[in-house]
Design a protein around this ligand. Structure first.
Ligand code: NDP
Length: 445
């Protein structure tokens, strides 16, 4: 790494102790930025990087609620408003027991670059709670969401900060959160949250957007090698929102998706995952992947195993951070892997990324490959602002154009900086320069 950046990096790591995921995200970005600072010494002089790594605002709050047995439960809520150089803070809320400040900051930091790459006027932020929605009744989830919003509402707004979903936060949670916001503020402010239901201000294609977008980005990478999804053997991790829609899109493009997972294990379905059944089990019944296996013949289920033991030509990690390590990456490469499109945020460890890059595997980092979700959230905000609602076809075409644009921006930036095919460098530099230019123009704030 560039010596000037090393000094800044060390300061950032020392100022944020115990936040391993945030450190990982920062170091990866810093490793790409040396050449930018050679060309733009003004970024160093204005301490753009130091400012970028310090969130504009970090909010941590108590979330008290009562469970169905009447017992008081206490969770911790977070919202990190990281950077507003390009627009209102924008990024999802994650409800998962592993959530703490370091997770929220890594996600918020990545979101700054991702949102810049979309070309839309949105800044970066992220939030969530260590609340675990699994096994909770609808009534418990509603009471939790109402309590969470009772504090969060004072910090957000359509021109201030616009949360959305992430792990553990889907349409049900966004509904309860929006209802409480409306009740407290007495305003029907559709643009304050995205991922809303279609009859009350949501956008068509938003539920599909992250998974679809990941596949569109990966298809663009494959095209640079004269290839496509058609005929590929694909493995997807996760079986939530991003995974299911990535499976559907990859299959629509002619791929065989033969495996997917949840945190309990993975399923191998050589005939191709039945997306209709998977949606029924996971989205309608809120069941587990095991329930899919019980209803389909000819499939196998591996309890507690790693889905990355299944051979693939294309891997789409769509579950969570650091789920694909160096050993798994080496195994996939040995068995003929061509491309990786990250639907999740930072699912590949630093060692795994190095393995993929050294082997010449096409590697699309999450901050570029999964940007279709937030981009379509920005399209939802556009529809809310104009009191309009677009057709599925029109919105999907907009998503496709945006993903092709992000791919081309990453590829051309990598070319410009002398590392053709390095999408990590392209995404980091492409996103950074846009935000840095805006921060310079706006003075020392
Ligand atoms: P969901 O909650 O819908 O699904 C998450 C999936 O990942 C579930 O199948 C879950 O299994 C699995 N999972 C979670 N943690 C682990 C773990 N430790 N090990 C194995 N599997 C795990 O979330 P999303 O699909 O919305 O999000 C998935 C990823 O995509 C996240 O990294 C998120 O940040 C990213 N992302 C999401 C966007 C969106 O629009 N939703 C936008 C951009 C990125 P289980 O049910 O067993 O916990």
């Amino acid at each position: 790494m560039d010596a000037r950046l090393e000094a800044v990096r060390d300061t950032v790591l020392a100022r944020n102790p115990g936040e391993a995921e945030f450190h990982q995200a920062v170091v990866e970005v810093f490793e790409s930025l040396g050449p930018v600072h050679d060309r733009h010494p003004e970024f160093l002089e204005a301490a753009i990087l130091e400012r970028l790594c310090e969130p504009e605002r970090q909010i941590i709050f108590r979330v008290p609620w009562t469970d169905d047995s009447g017992r008081v439960q206490i969770n911790r809520g977070f919202r990190v408003e990281f950077n507003s150089a390009l627009g209102p803070y924008k990024g999802g809320l994650r409800f998962h027991p592993s959530v703490y400040l370091g997770i929220v900051k890594f996600l918020g930091f990545e979101q700054i670059f991702k949102n810049a790459l979309t070309g839309m006027p949105i800044g970066g932020g992220k939030g969530g709670s260590d609340f675990d929605p699994s096994g909770r009744s609808d009534a418990e989830v509603m009471r939790f969401c109402q309590s969470f919003m009772t504090e969060l509402y004072r910090h957000i707004g359509e021109y201030t900060d616009v949360p959305a979903g992430d792990i553990g936060v889907g349409g049900r949670e966004i509904g309860y959160l929006f209802g409480q916001y409306k009740r407290i503020t007495n305003r029907y402010e559709s643009g304050v949250l995205t991922g809303k239901g279609i009859s009350w201000g949501g956008s068509l294609v938003r539920p599909e957007a992250t998974g679809f977008g990941t596949v569109i980005f990966t298809e663009e990478m494959l095209k640079t090698r004269g290839s496509s999804f058609d005929g590929q053997r694909v493995v997807v991790s996760g079986s939530g929102n991003v995974a299911i829609n990535a499976i559907a899109k990859a299959q629509a493009l002619g791929a065989a998706v033969v495996a997917c997972s949840d945190s309990s294990g993975y399923v191998v379905d050589e005939a191709g995952i039945d997306v209709g059944l998977l949606r029924q089990v996971k989205e309608v019944e809120r069941g587990r992947l095991k329930d899919y296996v019980l209803r389909r013949s000819g499939v196998s289920y591996v309890e507690a195993g790693s889905v990355w033991d299944v051979d693939a030509t294309v891997a789409l990690p769509c579950a969570t951070q650091n789920e694909l390590d160096g050993g798994a990456a080496a195994r996939l490469v040995r068995n003929g892997l061509l491309a990786v499109g990250e639907g999740a945020n930072m699912p590949s460890t630093r060692e795994a990324v190095a393995v993929f890059q050294e082997a010449g595997v096409l590697f699309g980092p999450g901050k570029a490959a999964n940007a279709g979700g937030v981009a379509t959230s920005a399209l939802e905000m556009q529809q809310n602002a104009s009191r309009d609602s677009w057709s599925f076809e029109h919105t999907e075409q907009r998503l496709t154009d945006i993903m092709v644009g992000i791919h081309d921006r990453c590829a051309s930036t990598a070319d410009e900086y002398g590392e053709p095919g390095n999408y990590v460098l392209g995404a980091n530099i492409g996103g950074f320069v846009k935000v840095a230019d805006a921060m310079l123009a706006q003075g020392l704030i």
